[in-house]
Write a protein that binds this ligand. Sequence first.
Ligand SMILES: *Cc1c(COP(=O)(O)O)cnc(C)c1O
Length: 373
Amino acid sequence: MVGPWSFAGSAGMLPEEVLAEARRGLGERSIGGLSALELPFAGEDFHDLRDAAEADLRALLDLPPTYRVLFLQGGATAQFSLVPLNLAGGREQAAYLETGLWSRRAIAAARRMTGVHTARSPAVLARAGDAAYWHVTTTETADGTRLANLPEANADVPLVADMTADLLTAPLAADRFGVVYASAQKNIGTAGLTVVIVREDLLGRALPGTPAPFDYTLQAREESRVNTPPVAALFVAGRMLKWLRRNGGLAEMERRAARRSARLYEIIDGSGCYASVAARGERSPIAVCFRLPDAAAEKRFLDGAARRGLNHLRGHPSVGGIRVSLYNGVPDAAVDALAEYMAGFAEGARRRGGGGWQRPALPSATNGDAREH
Ligand SMILES: *Cc1c(COP(=O)(O)O)cnc(C)c1O
């Protein structure tokens, strides 16, 4: 397989097979005489499509029957406000683990709805008293970190997780969570669909005024058909879920991400040319973020990468540097090509620098801002 390839953080590639199925499902009238772009949501064909997507998601996640699956719109960013609207009723505050850019955005949105207590470590979070829920962000894509430990379970306080960057990249211990949410465009399919998994006992708590399409309780009752769902995006996710099952499921996705990211981190650590943004114990297998010594070197790196069809490697604007997103749909061939390019670029830099190439320092402005240590 040849490029160009995308390592974008904001949306993942789809596997070739899924893309081919999407071409047919969206571009041809192959579903009961219609395309997925035209399918009415009240009809049988959409019912079947939705039911199959839920069944495949449940099978992949080994989801207990006490959890409901909602297929919504609005993305994870809408959930930043909808989680407090649906769960914060009745208590004074919610507690948030602050780990990086996305958790800070979730905190800012929640503050407009409820009292918010923030903590920088799971142990401190667990000491937050009478919280409606604890919120964590399991992978921070801008900062290149993953949450190594969840807060200790507390039967009284449900754990809510933004798993937009890593849902379906590894098996999930679902029973640790009250609510899990993820936008689909990174690992599950394409933009427009948001997956929300909610434990049944947390339904019925929405604050008055919660918009009906975003009310977990109503959507659970109506099987995500309170109003027109994102039909085409759900079709694509349905194909992706089948692909995940055919390709070894989540245990295999986890092994694959570990193998691919380890290869890149090894090049980063051994190069003398790149510096990992995340500290060792916190490194994400999905978002590999690193820096070069200065802006000129980063530009050379990105330009050379683009000439080889290795695209969308620029880091999140708030952090800078380089970011390699290794979402489920990124093919191994892309990672092979990138690893080869990174090793070659570092070798060239060493030769040009005659041994004087300095390991880049991490600017403290970004370093101290987001992380805990
Ligand atoms: C990408 C991302 C988001 C934002 O998703 P949208 O669909 O753009 O709202 C939120 N949280 C995390 C962890 C992400 O990776």
